[in-house]
Design a protein around this ligand. Structure first.
Ligand code: ARG
Length: 467
């Protein structure tokens, strides 16, 4: 049994050791110490400005909080499990250090709005880091794409050969996904960066608080409009977790392609040694474990989103202790997303594209069948009939075990008399890519435009975060 002095006034008995261990969060929420201290400094300064405490007391509190921060940073802080969480650990140490002034810090504040602000600050920091990793990944994808503007590979639908495409176009498709992720996080940030401090326990406070000045001081623009919503809202964490889930889903799709491409049946990439592992029994093996693990870790991130959605469902207003479960889920996601984005950029940087194999693979699977159909449309056939004739040509070529381009002029004419001498130029795979110049298509002008757009965006984001 032990007694908690912060809230123990009305308790005659102590807390069971098992209860204390079950309810404590300091073992993990100490990760919020910087954000908690930043928010407490802003709160103390506001209390002073509003003459709720004296300016002298404010000064003492600020100096004390600085010392607590130093102690934690340098590893000299003693965390006490019986003080439950990061907030009470810091406050108790402040009081030990500065005495009575420290006891005034919690005026007009509850742990409910306090934890809300600290967690929002933490989430905002994580989002900024993910964004910078995702921008780097877009940068890498764009640079690798620029190296392969002229290389072609089979584009698939249903994982079956469909039409030839440029490798640059394929890589840029992923850059657009991660760019959307960055922009989705921008949008989520608008709702993360809202300060709940001043909502107190749930109803607001009786002191003349100035919540907006606290928000501004910690770098947020706005405050809550309803104190009950403020202390019970975890939408900001949920939205961020959804963004994380989307990032992992995109990474996982890219991983899947890398895994397939590394299989000798495709042979489109050679994995860099630094991003592959061997087998303990089969000497020939070079396994894509990094890509596999990243695909696997996607499950954890989806799990965290589902977990928090489930924690929040059916919670009555306002704060409920269930909500303490938000943090471990988020911390796990935070580390997973950041590391995954970084390692994917590293792996892509060193990935060797076997463009010879890619070009070769275009010859298998009749990727130029649409070209033949479009050619016949050019010769005056309605598309449906052209499609049928091209299908017959595929069947004929398949019977002879060769590609469409290897059918002779007379073989093609036997199927459709409107075929002329210019047909073989049309059936060239690289030419098929060059013709697709609709906006956002795989044609070289479109790809050049995408490369420019993406590089400009990456440079703009980098300038913005540097400035
Ligand atoms: N450790 C708690 C959390 O993470 C802090 C808020 C506790 N408030 C309370 N009244 N018990 O949610």
């Amino acid at each position: 049994m032990s007694k908690n002095r912060s809230w123990g006034g009305r308790f005659a008995g102590g807390t069971h050791a098992a209860t204390a261990a079950y309810t404590q969060s300091q073992s993990f929420d100490r990760a919020l110490y910087r954000q908690d201290i930043l928010a407490s400094r802003a709160h103390a300064a506001m209390l002073g400005r509003q003459c709720i405490i004296s300016l002298e007391e404010t000064k003492i509190i600020l100096a004390g909080l600085d010392r607590v921060l130093e102690e934690i940073d340098s590893g000299h802080f003693t965390w006490k499990p019986e003080l439950e969480d990061v907030h009470m650990n810091i406050e108790a140490r402040l009081i030990e250090l500065v005495g009575d002034a420290g006891k005034k810090l919690h005026t007009g504040r509850s742990r409910n709005d306090q934890v809300g602000l600290a967690f929002r600050l933490y989430v905002a920091d994580s989002v900024t880091r993910w964004q910078s990793e995702a921008v780097s990944l877009c940068d890498t994808l764009t640079k690798r794409a620029a190296e392969h503007k002229g290389d072609i590979l089979p584009g698939c639908t249903h994982l079956q050969p469909a039409q030839p495409i440029s490798l640059a176009h394929h890589l840029l498709a992923y850059a657009w996904m991660f760019r959307r992720d960055v922009e989705r996080l921008d949008d989520a940030l608008k709702r993360v960066r809202v300060s709940p401090l001043g909502a107190a326990a749930l109803a607001g406070a009786t002191y003349p608080l100035d919540p907006l000045s606290v928000a501004r001081e910690v770098g947020f623009e706005t405050v809550y409009s309803n104190s009950m919503d403020a202390v019970s809202d975890r939408d900001f964490a949920l939205e961020t977790l959804f963004c994380a889930a989307a990032i992992m889903m995109h990474l996982s799709r890219l991983c899947e392609e890398i895994i397939l491409w590394a299989n000798p049946a495709f042979g489109f990439v050679r994995l860099p040694d630094g991003y592959a592992t061997g087998s303990s029994i089969m000497p020939q093996k070079k396994n894509p474990d990094v890509a596999e693990l990243m695909r696997g870790k996607t499950g954890r991130v989806y799990g965290a989103l589902t977990a928090l959605l489930t924690v929040m469902k059916a919670l009555p207003l306002a704060y409920n202790r269930d909500m303490q479960e938000d943090k471990e889920a988020f911390f796990d996601v935070e580390a997973t997303v950041e590391a995954s984005l970084r390692i994917m950029a590293g792996m892509l940087n060193e990935l060797e594209f076997r463009v010879d194999k890619m070009r070769e693979a275009c010859r298998r699977g009749f990727l130029n069948a649409t070209e033949l159909a479009d050619y016949l449309v050019g010769k005056g056939l309605p598309f449906r009939e052209a499609h049928h004739a091209a299908g017959q040509a595929v069947a004929e070529a398949e019977r002879h075990g060769k590609g469409l381009e290897s059918l002779s002029l007379s073989e093609l004419r036997a199927i459709e008399p409107r075929v002329e001498r210019d047909v073989h130029a049309t059936l060239d795979y690289a030419a098929a890519v060059r013709r697709r110049e609709t906006p956002g298509g795989t044609g070289p002008r479109s790809v050049k435009r995408q490369l420019k757009q993406m590089q400009r965006w990456v440079d703009g984001r980098n300038r913005q975060s540097a400035g």
